[in-house]
Design a protein around this ligand. Structure first.
Ligand SMILES: [Zn+2]
Length: 334
């Protein structure tokens, strides 16, 4: 090793509410190794910044390279944030952090070009660079978890927006009359209907409306609750109520996808996150609803797909942002 000019490597760090994942990737987006450490946000932001540096060092060790091999670093965090300033502002998932100067701190510690990005944008860029969107030139990405994160990539550009709120498609309004309340406090957002959390909520409400026997009710009683995975499994086994919930979820996601298609007209719409574990039949349902909701040309031509990098998308995308920054700086020097 030590030949960083010929074969530059990049570190990506994906900071989440519970854990942070760091990894080293090569110039093609291939991961050479990764590690995951608990975030422990409650211990405060000084600790958090130190934990980020620690995770970066562990990732470099896990990849069996040294810091000298690294050409740039990328860090992705949940919002709220100011992307150009490199600061996390007031993140609900990282309480009690406030106004944390992530980018400048990492850049100072490692003395390497450091990029800063929103976590969903980074995951989208990871999939675009090295995953499901590798061969397309524009992509809209939705990640389905506790909430719905999203990112828009157009020709290698991440749509960050003027106020670091670009691509917040989880909060597009899909219901304007008596909309369900979203984690953001507003009503009628896509996230309030189709996140994993919302799928469970909608199911529990439906169960409460009837006394009918249901494998979902039995499962909830036995396990003390339901997960979206349980609901998809029961649906796959042919339970009518669970099937209805899954079909409605596919419909809501198709509404979100169609709105994105009519705004951006991307080459690909991709879905990632835990819920895509439901597999091909769920994707087919989403596609079926998109065909009915979208205008004829995008309905026919847009590629609709599941993501392929799983939980690696975030750090790979963050590393890609570091790579993009390093290349831009190099170009400016030439
Ligand atoms: Zn919302």
């Amino acid at each position: 090793m030590g030949n960083s000019m010929a074969h530059p490597l990049y570190v990506g760090l994906d900071v989440g509410g519970t854990s942070m994942k760091g990894g080293v990737v090569d110039d093609t987006g291939k991961s050479l190794g990764s590690v995951s450490l608990p975030t422990e946000a409650h211990r405060g932001q000084e600790f958090g910044l130190a934990r980020m540096c620690e995770t970066i060092r562990h990732a470099v060790a896990a990849a069996d390279v040294t810091m000298k091999d690294i050409a740039a670093i990328g860090v992705a965090t949940p919002g709220t944030m100011d992307i150009p300033a490199g600061i996390i502002l007031d993140p609900p998932n990282l309480k009690p952090w406030r106004d944390v100067p992530v980018r400048d701190h990492i850049e100072k510690v490692f003395k390497l070009p450091t990029a800063f990005q929103n976590d969903a944008n980074a995951a989208a860029y990871g999939e675009f660079w090295a995953g499901a969107g590798k061969s397309v030139d524009s992509m809209v990405f939705f990640t389905l978890g506790t909430g719905i994160g999203a990112g828009i990539i157009i020709g290698d550009m991440i749509l960050e927006g003027k106020h670091s709120h670009g691509g917040e498609l989880g909060h597009m309004k899909i219901e304007v009359t008596n909309g369900r309340q979203c984690g953001c406090g507003h009503f009628g957002c896509l996230e309030a209907y189709a996140s994993a959390t919302s799928v469970v909520k909608r199911t529990m409400e439906r169960l409460a409306q009837t006394k009918a026997k249901s494998p979902l009710r039995e499962h909830a009683k036995k396990e003390g609750g339901l997960t979206s995975r349980d609901i998809f499994e029961v649906a796959a086994a042919g339970d009518a109520l669970a099937e209805k919930i899954v079909d409605e979820t596919a419909f809501y996601l198709a509404v979100g996808a169609a709105n994105a298609m009519h705004t951006i007209d991307p080459e690909m719409i991709a879905f990632g996150g835990g819920m895509t574990g439901a597999g091909g039949p769920f994707l087919d349902l989403i596609k079926k609803h998109i065909k009915k909701l979208a205008l004829p040309v995008p309905a026919e031509k847009t590629i609709v797909s599941f993501a392929s990098l799983g939980s690696d998308a975030g750090y790979i995308g963050a590393a890609a942002c570091g790579r993009q920054l390093a290349m831009r700086r190099k170009k400016n020097k030439e």
